[in-house]
Structure formats: C-alpha cells, structure tokens
Design a protein around this ligand. Structure first.
Ligand code: HEC
Length: 102
C-alpha cells in the first residue's frame, strides 16, 4: 500500500517534470472541467442539460484551441463566460481534456 503511494507520487512527479512549460495538463483540465463544466456538459461529455454541446460526439470542439479559448472566455447564451474565473492556461487544459472525451 505504502509502496504503491510512493510509486504513484514518483510517477506524478516524473510526469510533471516531463511536461514542457506551456503544454496543456489534462489532469488539471479534468479537475476544472468536473468543477465548472460537468454540471451541464456531463462528466463524460454527454450533456445533462438540454441544448449543451455533446463533447462525447465532438460537438462544438471542431475549432482551433485559440478560437475555443475566446469562445469559453466570452460565453455563449446559456454557456457561462469564464473570463476572470479560469486562466487562459486552465482553459487550454480544459480544452485538452474535452478532446479526450470523443
Ligand atoms: C450552465 C450550463 C453550462 C455550463 C456550466 C457550461 N456550459 Fe458550455 N454550453 C452550454 C450550453 C447550453 C451550450 C450551447 C450554447 C448554444 O449554442 O446556445 C454550451 C456550449 C458549449 C460549447 C460549444 C460552443 C459553441 O458555441 O460552439 C463549448 C466549447 C462549451 N460549451 C464549453 C464549456 C466549458 C469549457 C465549460 C466549463 C468551463 C462550460 N461549457 C460550462 C451550457 C453550459
């Protein structure tokens, strides 16, 4: 038990060292997605709110990361604006995570 915790910590550390500065962090993206987006878009990308984009089908994601950041910062009708709530880096992390849900 203790050994596996040490191993997991070592692996996490190795992963964080290996990630180049500025690269998206899917784990941070998952945490932020779960906190801020899952209530409408669903924990696995299948929306729980009628009309919300279905990320499990890639809905709303067929754009560049740059365009998606702008869109998420600005909001869109029932989709809240996240400027000032999530940093640009964190939004990029969330986008990287949503791209894994397809
Ligand atoms: C209160 C519910 C709600 C929350 C919370 C929410 N969304 Fe949405 N989202 C929606 C709805 C509804 C739409 C469809 C908007 C429309 O087209 O009218 C949508 C659409 C989108 C789209 C497709 C955009 C487009 O215009 O093509 C993206 C991308 C998106 N949301 C990202 C996010 C992200 C990332 C988060 C969390 C940081 C989030 N949303 C949180 C309700 C929500």
């Amino acid at each position: 038990m203790k050994k596996s915790i040490i191993l997991a910590t070592a692996m996490l550390l190795a992963a964080s060292i290996a990630a180049p500065a500025g690269a998206s962090d899917i784990n941070k993206g998952r945490a932020a997605y779960t906190k801020h987006c899952a209530s409408c878009h669903g924990s696995n990308g299948k929306p729980t709110m009628a009309g919300a984009a279905d990320f499990s089908r890639g809905q709303g994601l067929m754009k560049s990361d740059k365009d998606l950041v702008k869109r998420i910062e600005r909001g869109n009708r029932a989709c809240p604006a996240y400027r000032g709530i999530l940093s640009e880096q964190r939004i990029l992390d969330v986008i990287a995570y949503t791209r894994t849900l397809m």
